[in-house]
Design a protein around this ligand. Sequence first.
Ligand code: DOR
Length: 450
Amino acid sequence: MFNHDQNLWIHQAQLLEENGILRPYNIGIKAGKITTITTEDDRHEYTHILDANGWILLPGVIDPQVHFREPGLEHKEDLSTASHACARGGVTSFLEMPNTRPLTTNQATLDDKLQRAAQKSLVNYGFFIGATRDNLAAINQVSPTCGIKVFMGAMHGDLLIDDAEYLERIFATGDRLIAVHAENQQRIHQRRAQLADRYHLPEIHSEIQDEQAALQATALAVHLAIKYQRRLHILHLSTALEVEFLRQHKRPWITAEVTPQHLLLHRSAYHQLGALAQMNPPLRTPHDNQVLWQGLKEGIIDFMATDHAPHTLAEKARPYPESPSGMPGVETLLPVMLTQAKAGQCTLNQVVNWLSTNVAAAYGIANKGKIAPGYDADLVLVDWEHYHPVRREDLQTKCGWSPFEGWELTGWPQVTIVGGQIVYNQGQFNEQARGKALQFLADTIYTNPT
Ligand code: DOR
């Protein structure tokens, strides 16, 4: 069921060709790398054979925005439960955010996370460094990191950077990637005061943290990125207004992402899900869903992320605004998107680009995001024939719920492979397997191929 030597022959998997056609191939893996893709039968050269059963083989998903809560908030999630959820969801690498306890804001807290992940994570890992008011030198020196995370709003405490002058200093200093949570904190304060009398239902969340709050912050970040020619990534775009703004102002060194919930859920979700639908930035309207899809297909939005942000059901049951914002996502991202592809909303090649290839290119993660000789064997075999519902009892995330519960999905991962090792095989986990720390190439110039 599992191989422990990173040597593997995958027999008769369906591989996706560039023209979108699926054809059966055999894949040879040695020392964790893809060595051959062939129609010949060379399985005698390999110690472990995996029959692919006609399933489709895709590059492992790279989820570039997750909150895995360790250290300090392990009652919501930890690196073991989160990485089990990744393995079940076909996510072979993740980039994790700094709002843990302590915050990840210097080399010592980054090293601590790397050490914890080395001990616990079934899949590969990278971490953002969080900008505060007093760590300008550290955010440009720590290593390895995928980039600097800046919360422009919707955050409290040391990670909130809501002062435009200091934000400009961050853009003016250094050259590594800056990823922004773009919501304008002043606007949120104003809206909160204006809407105070209606302040008890989670629906109000989308009106307090409204479209203008998102647009204003995105516009400011883009302005600074152009002024300083600084590599900028805009996290979880949520509005049609931002897509239209980026259509005019985007530059080759600016990228953006969208979550499946912002593509597929809208404000009406509050009626069914209550505070489970509450996240930052909030859910919007069907029109926003549609323009975000369009932006993704046009390449204005470069790739996808889950913003996996688990909170317990007890925490979510608190009355608004004490209910925390965020929803889990790593184990539903791939089947949600493959179900969209099956329904004709997008192509399989687009899903691969949005979930793997473009993410690796944008973050300068070498040898990942594609199935080709010499690439790391981070792979997922999916069943794109049968449909199964998202069920609470199957979830690996510690929070134990999903906004997609009850959705009938296809494309569920059957086998997930990290560095040539099988880590998940039809409901079973390889508890001995461990992922590796990701390395990020400096100065990656990324141009969306779409
Ligand atoms: O809804 C959210 N929750 N958005 C974020 O950006 C942070 C996250 C959290 O950490 O709970």
